[in-house]
Design a protein around this ligand. Structure first.
Ligand code: GTQ
Ligand code: FE2
Length: 325
């Protein structure tokens, strides 16, 4: 409260009641700074594939997806985030489909980005473009694009979904709409704006590893939408990264948030004062402004996939990166 006030506390209370009645608020009538510092809800955390996989394989006993209803997904739940998502800005869900299962066609305002993890025979059709997904393939489903998926193989399939759900939810623009039919009619072959096959991205990463190294990320390549030359979506960027054997990167802080899936090899990521050792299939999160550095103490290259909210921060002029001494 301002020190030069000439009115009593009771008079201030009465004044605030009149403000409320007029649909107004005086933030200075309460103690504390106008813009209080707020620690991020997202906590640094690691999830091990060996803990996730048996629970995923049990999930069909509990949920049989039906028309217009749930996806059989398990979401990574960051203990700090009230909405039970992997981070304050992003959702990471792991989807499990048995042979013959179909997820009916629908669309929604959030973007979904799928990175194929295990099994053969999965497909997702995005606005009539059928993408057959092999492990390591990336499929972008832009917000409001119709999509349906299924498993045409003879073993269960597993992929991960990254959604900008939390950003769209914050902007109060979540929408969902079922398609009139269970599946879309398949038309043209998928464009490079939505489909990035591992058979192209991984060789490109290996070529880059021969040429160019970054002190903070060693070998980092962003998936680019050839139609725009920019990130796969305005909200989310995706990266494929390689850490050469013996590499220890310099630590840096970024204002963005990153969720990682270890694809190949073993390594460790230090986030502020915690070190997370990861191996194939593990997931981890780096919260905004946390100092982070990666290392690969092994003799094989380690490969990481990540999704980061960098583009939305850049669009808002909020992206910063600073090296940590
Ligand atoms: O597979 O279309 O993880 O609509 C969340 C919402 C997946 C999907 C999610 C969805 C989907
Ligand atoms: Fe969906």
């Amino acid at each position: 409260m301002a020190v030069h006030a000439t009115r009593t506390a009771e008079e201030l209370e009465a004044y605030c009641a009149r403000l409320r009645g007029a649909g107004l608020d005086a933030p200075w009538s309460r103690p504390g700074p106008l813009i209080p510092p707020k620690p991020t809800a997202t906590q640094a955390r690691l999830w091990r594939w060996r803990d996730i996989e048996p629970l995923l394989r049990e999930s069909p006993d509990f949920l049989v997806p039906h028309r217009g209803a749930e996806r059989r997904v398990l979401r990574l739940h960051n203990p700090g985030v009230p909405e039970r998502t992997v981070a304050h800005s992003l959702v990471l869900a792991i989807q499990y489909l048995l042979p013959g299962e179909v997820a009916p066609a629908h669309r929604h305002s959030p973007t979904a980005i799928r990175f194929m993890l295990h099994g053969e025979g999965a497909y997702t059709t995005v606005d009539g473009q059928k993408c057959v997904m092999k492990p390591g393939d990336l499929v972008v489903t832009p917000g409001m694009a119709w999509h349906d998926h299924g498993n045409e193989g003879d073993e269960p399939v597993i992929w991960m979904d990254i959604l900008d759900w939390q950003i769209v939810r914050f902007l109060e623009n979540l929408t969902y709409e079922p398609y009139p039919d269970e599946r879309q009619t398949v038309g043209r072959t998928p464009g490079r704006d939505i489909f990035h096959p591992w058979s192209e991205t991984y060789p490109a990463l290996l070529r880059r590893a021969e040429q160019q190294h970054d002190p903070f990320d060693d070998v980092l390549m962003e998936y680019v939408n050839p139609a725009t030359g920019g990130s796969v979506r305005p909200t989310v960027a995706c990266y494929l990264q390689l850490l050469r054997p013996g590499v220890r990167t310099r630590a840096h802080r970024e204002t963005s948030c990153a969720v990682y899936r270890a694809v190949k090899g073993h390594g460790a990521t230090t986030v502020d004062n915690e070190t997370f050792e990861w191996g194939p299939g593990d997931f981890f999160v780096v919260p905004p402004r946390a100092a982070h550095a990666h290392s690969n103490a092994g003799s094989e290259p380690a490969v990481l996939f990540s999704a980061q909210d960098v583009p939305i921060l850049k669009a808002l002029g909020l992206y910063r990166m600073e090296p940590v001494a």
